[in-house]
Design a protein around this ligand. Structure first.
Ligand code: ATP
Ligand code: MG
Length: 872
């Protein structure tokens, strides 16, 4: 079976067991502060497990794009070095939400693997939770008993809490799990050592393929476990590992999932896969990482310097470095593999195909930038090694290695490799200490402690009523404290709320809630796994009272103006620039809007004006909002709404339509476009290869902008005595200034001639050398002119001139030719020493040198010093 058939068989099987097949959630997570990337199939169902949302179907199955490169699951360092861990991989899963449990889950896993996929039964092992005395937890004998129906006891193994007890986090749903392992070794190997002795022992051919989690407990903040009212099944099977087992391979990279990329890499590098260990690792790293990078970009996460974007940047750099060091690529190369990847995965994941150009562009630019950094880093390291050599050292200290890593993005092992080539070692312990310290610093800064929710009232879902209301009578359903380094805040969840929780680029509402006895400010509103969470600095004294909730209306209205304007802007951009314009991000706040979109060159002033005009035209038309709250997704698409990649949509969507502008959107909007008043674009810039950013203001914000501009114009006019024609007036002023400059230059030259005469009279002799030493009131350029004239007339003269212009001292030293020849005088050397007196530096040639400094008081001393040095 090829990989596509293997995936399809999985879906068909679970469909036959009444499972609904659902799409993968985006790999980049948006509304969960605890997670940057989807790292397991269950992430998208977290709400259901937490009881925040009812399940739509009791049984579902899917293939989920996962990324394990940060946080709890970080496999990055293994990837490429072993043959079965990836950064990005597909996790096949089946779920029961309060429906079937262990009995069916195990039976179906067994049926699929052995009956359908026909994996040999004697190569399979199952584990169950063996209990933990320390934690006072019992073994999962239920699972053990079920497995006995299918496997001999010798193939069923008890497992530790670490391997066989799954927890969502510090708190929340958890339960025992049962893993299925497979032994893929050759028969003679198997005869020597039994497979069961190698389970969970990091043998690359005896590996876990499927994990079945049985969620039956809730872990509380004090560590106690309580039974969940509804029990769930959550399973995850590594798709690439399954392909290896079914295709009779010994490495995931030998399956048809990765082979096209490996083959292409071998071709590009002129190296054969399987001949050299280091080159093989490099090819695996690149074949793996390019998937993670391409899928992230397709999901809207571009490489950047912060958070998720930084994680992606680091993965890309890791791939570049392996290619650079072990495959000899010193030009961008990863981007050239994208067509192969798209050919391989584009059918199953259309987001790759439709964004191929953008993906290639972004990767090419990142690669080129990092290759430059690498070159700079290598040069920097070379000079460090040279210097260390001169000092008789043979080790690079940990701090230096850390700085290389931190500021140059220069990985430790590369530092070590280059150092080794030059006969140097690196202080690894010191490096790790620095790294640890840095981690601690950021950990302490970011540490937050979240208490358990205090439940005041049971409720199904918190209803959002903010589309129609700015105020409402509410009660608090639950609350909790969140403590960070220097403050404690509280999170409140209501039974229903008019407050919009930050999402879809629109910031959260602020406002207050009020009971008979007190008023509590709502500082911000965020969304956490679909719960709308209100943030306050203070807990109400009586949390169970009835409250009246009031949204800050002015801010909300301004935000709605900007949000609707963003839609019109999107529409106008597509009209003016073309339909390749696709939203890549947005930020909608009360005081302005930001819109990022795919476009491959600068938007010209002319185009921007056109866009602005179209939007303002649409505003004046005062088109009413046509809002559909619960439209079936197919219908929305028929209306012309575009779904964004990297966004998660349900079957029912909200459609926001203003005339021809149709978008899927959960934000708050104006009742008719006229309310926006006017839009003014304030800037246009590039934020990445192929991605532009426009910022704009509307309504009052635009009004203020226009007033501001008017005000400065008025000021300028007043300064020019209100000329009839402002630009002609300004032009006249500029021309006059140029004339004046010419006159000043001419006067200066005359002054120099006069001064030269005066100075010549002051030539003295020191130690038999003719010296002219003076402080004058001239600019450094005029002094230079003067010094050259004097030098030309007196070949045996040493000239030392100091000056202070606008508080800044300067020193000039010049020496005539004869002086240089006969006495070895060197103006450049003299000035290096003498300029120290004015806290300055500078240099030059033996015949002329100039230096600027900071300490005007030292000018006399500097002159004296220069004379002393020049007449020795
Ligand atoms: P392992 O111990 O092999 O790292 P795990 O215990 O981390 O696996 P789970 O978190 O239980 O794995 O994930 C479920 C399944 O996903 C695993 O059985 C495995 O088949 C697959 N899987 C896990 N991590 C990776 C990875 N980094 N690359 C590819 N597949 C993986
Ligand atoms: Mg793991």
């Amino acid at each position: 079976m090829n990989s596509n058939e293997i995936r399809k068989t999985f879906f068909d099987f679970f469909r036959s067991k009444q499972h609904e097949i659902v799409p993968s959630a985006p790999m980049v997570v948006k509304n969960d502060p605890t997670l940057m990337f989807t790292n397991a199939g269950m992430n998208q169902f977290k709400d259901i497990f937490l009881g925040n949302q009812p399940a739509k179907f009791p049984r579902v199955a899917d293939s989920q794009k996962c990324l394990r490169v940060s946080g709890k699951h970080n496999d990055l360092e293994e990837v490429g070095h072993d043959t079965y861990h990836h950064t990005m991989f597909e996790m096949l899963g089946n779920w029961s939400f309060g429906d079937y449990f262990k009995e069916e889950a195990i039976a179906w896993a067994w049926e699929l693997l052995t009956d359908v996929y026909k994996l040999p039964k004697d190569r399979l092992y199952a584990s169950y939770f063996g209990g933990s005395k320390d934690d006072n937890m019992e073994a999962d004998l239920e699972a053990f008993e079920i497995w006995k129906k299918y496997l001999p006891e010798a193939q069923i193994l008890p497992g530790s809490k670490k391997d066989n007890f799954w927890e969502m986090g510090e708190t929340g749903p958890c339960g025992p799990c049962s893993e299925i392992h497979i032994d893929l070794r050759d028969d003679d190997e198997r005869a020597k050592v039994a497979g069961r002795d190698l389970v969970n022992k990091d043998n690359p051919l005896v590996i876990e393929i499927w994990n079945n989690v049985f969620m039956q407990f809730n872990r509380k903040a004090n560590g106690d476990l309580e039974l969940l009212p509804a029990k769930h099944v959550d399973t995850g099977m590594g798709f690439e590992r399954l392909c290896m087992a079914l295709q009779g391979k010994k490495s995931n990279y030998d399956t048809d999932v990765f082979q096209p990329m490996i083959t292409k890499l071998a071709e590009m590098s002129g190296k054969k896969y399987g001949e050299n260990k280091e080159a093989d690792v490099a090819m695996r790293v690149i074949a793996d990482h390019l998937r993670a990078i391409a899928f992230s970009i397709a999901d809207g996460q571009l490489p950047s310097n912060v958070k998720a974007g930084y994680v992606i940047r680091r993965i890309l750099r890791r791939a570049v470095r392996y290619g650079y060091t072990f495959l000899g690529f010193n030009e961008p190369f990863i981007n050239k593999l994208i067509p192969t990847l798209v050919g391989q995965m584009g059918e199953q994941f259309p987001e790759l195909k439709s964004q191929q150009v953008l993906i290639e562009k972004v990767i090419t630019e990142e690669e080129a930038a990092f290759l430059r950094t690498l070159e700079t880093g290598i040069r920097h390291l070379d000079s460090i090694i040279e210097k260390a050599k001169a000092e008789g050292k043979s080790q690079i200290d940990g701090k230096t290695a850390f700085v290389l890593n931190d500021t140059f993005g220069f990985p430790y092992d590369l530092t070590e490799l280059i150092a080794r080539e030059k006969g140097f070692t690196v202080d690894k312990v010191g490096f790790e200490k620095e790294l640890e310290e840095q981690k601690n610093r950021s950990r302490n800064a970011a540490a937050v402690e979240t208490d358990d929710w205090v439940e005041l009232r049971k409720f199904d879902t918190e209803e959002f009523i903010g589309y129609d209301n700015n105020t409402a009578d509410v009660v608090i359903a639950r609350y909790r404290a969140v403590k960070s380094k220097n403050k404690t805040q509280y999170q409140l969840v209501f039974d229903r709320t008019p407050f919009y929780g930050e999402s879809g680029g629109q910031v959260g509402d602020s406002g207050y809630i009020e009971s008979e006895s007190e008023r509590i400010n709502i500082i911000d509103t965020v969304k956490e796994n679909n719960l709308i969470v209100h943030i306050t600095d203070k807990l109400p004294q009586d949390a169970s009272a009835n409250f009246h909730a009031v949204v800050n209306e002015e801010a909300r209205t301004a935000t709605a103006n900007n949000h609707s304007a963003t839609h019109l802007l999107h529409f106008a951009l597509r009209q003016v620039l073309g339909t390749h314009v696709e939203q890549k991000g947005s930020l909608v706040r009360p005081d302005g809007l930001r819109f990022d979109f795919a476009h491959f060159q600068k938007v010209t002033d002319e185009e921007m004006k056109q866009v602005e005009r179209i939007v303002n035209e649409l505003i004046r038309k005062n088109t009413p909002l046509n809002e559909r709250r619960e439209a079936p997704i197919e219908e929305a698409q028929k209306m012309g709404a575009m779904a964004l990649f990297g966004e998660k949509y349900g079957d029912k969507v909200r459609v926001i339509q203003f005339g021809e502008s149709v978008e899927l959107c959960g934000g708050t909007h104006v009742p008719a476009t006229g309310q926006i008043g006017i839009i003014k674009i304030t800037s246009e810039s590039a934020i990445a290869a192929g991605v532009r950013r426009i910022e704009a203001v509307t309504a009052k914000g635009a009004e203020e902008l226009i007033y501001g501009q008017e005000e400065s114009l008025k000021e300028v006019k007043a300064l020019l005595n209100n000329p009839a024609n402002l630009s002609a007036g300004l032009k006249k002023l500029i021309d006059e200034a140029a004339e004046l400059r010419k006159t000043i230059d001419a006067l200066m030259r005359e002054k120099v001639v006069a001064l030269k005469g005066e100075l010549k009279a002051k030539i003295t002799e020191v130690n038999g050398v003719k010296v002219l030493a003076e402080e004058v009131a001239l600019s450094p350029d005029a002094i230079k002119d003067l010094a050259f004239q004097l030098k030309g007339e007196h070949a045996d003269l040493l000239i030392v001139i100091g000056a202070v212009n606008d508080g800044k001292p300067s020193l000039t030293v010049a020496a005539g030719d004869a002086l240089i020849k006969d006495k070895g005088v060197n103006a450049g050397q003299i000035i290096r020493e003498a300029a120290k007196e004015i806290q300055g530096g500078g240099g030059g040639q033996p015949f002329f040198a100039q230096a600027g400094g900071k300490n005007a008081q030292g000018i006399a001393k500097a002159i004296a010093k220069a004379v002393e040095l020049g007449t020795k």
